[in-house]
Design a protein around this ligand. Structure first.
Ligand code: ADP
Ligand code: MG
Length: 249
């Protein structure tokens, strides 16, 4: 596991020997083998991904870049198990998610993946705090602990004073930060993000980038993010370039 916990922000601490062992033994977090995606619409088919092979190492901050329409969101959602590819295999943390039942995949995602959507996808009837608490509740975290954790996550993204506001009362950038806090709430080992700084001003963008850096470098999480932000390129371990549904490296 990685340490998306208060420890991450206070001190760099790995809690159990088994965690260290697992990280040492398994170094690949994400594997794609010949992943292809064909969309059919209006009687026509469009090949959005044309046989993607890739590996993301554990603990890396890995970027996915490329022009608009090149297939970045399609690939990211497939790697997160949110979209089923037309062909190919996906392995996360050594398990083949493309072979899992829907129920097993849902459980695997809940336990291991924090996904930050480009369009935020917050629940409109829930406050900022409730959006975060809901994901903790789904994981069976006790109410008191969930409240505490929600508070410091909101603090971490600079929104402690907005806890009781609904998404529609927040700016796009603030909603994006709530979405980031929510994605981190369940201590996911894998964090996947679709342009997490796109809606943010320079200062908030900087603090989210710093958070991504700490999650990987100090917390041991694996982050795969789509971005156009040159500031993230500066701190990334590796970059995949996608063009016309193919990786160019
Ligand atoms: P990017 O995120 O790089 O901008 P996308 O992955 O969103 O690109 O899209 C890649 C291509 O696949 C685009 O041409 C887009 O129109 C097409 N596409 C994406 N999703 C669908 C869909 N659900 N149905 C049909 N075509 C789609
Ligand atoms: Mg996209």
């Amino acid at each position: 596991m990685c340490l998306v916990s208060k420890n991450l922000f206070l001190k760099n601490k790995v809690t159990t020997a088994s965690v260290i062992k697992k990280v040492e033994v398994k170094t690949v977090a994400i594997t794609a083998q010949k992943v292809a995606m064909t969309f059919a619409s209006g009687g026509q088919s469009y090949q959005a991904l044309k046989g993607i092979n890739l590996e993301v190492q554990r603990g890396d901050l890995q970027l996915l870049m490329g022009p608009s329409g090149s297939g970045k969101t399609t690939l990211l959602t497939i790697l997160a198990g949110l979209l089923t590819p037309s062909a190919g295999k996906v392995f996360l943390l050594g398990e083949e998610i493309s072979a899992m039942s829907r129920a097993d995949l849902a459980q695997f995602r809940l336990e291991n993946i924090g996904f930050i959507f480009q369009s935020f996808n917050l629940f409109p009837a829930l406050t900022a705090a409730e959006n975060i608490q809901l994901s903790l509740k789904l994981k069976g975290i006790k109410k008191r602990i969930a409240r505490e954790k929600t508070h410091w996550l909101l603090e971490e993204v600079g929104l402690a004073d907005k806890a009781k506001l609904l998404p529609k009362q927040l700016s796009g950038g603030q909603q994006q930060r709530v979405a980031i806090a929510r994605a981190l709430a369940g201590n996911p080992q894998l964090i996947m993000a679709d342009e997490p700084t796109a809606a943010l001003d320079s200062q908030n963008g900087h603090s989210v980038i710093e958070l991504l850096r700490r999650l990987t470098k100090e917390g041991g999480c694996t982050v795969l993010t789509v971005t156009h932000d040159p500031r993230i390129v500066d701190i990334a371990d590796r970059v995949f370039y996608l063009e016309d549904g193919m990786l160019k490296n």
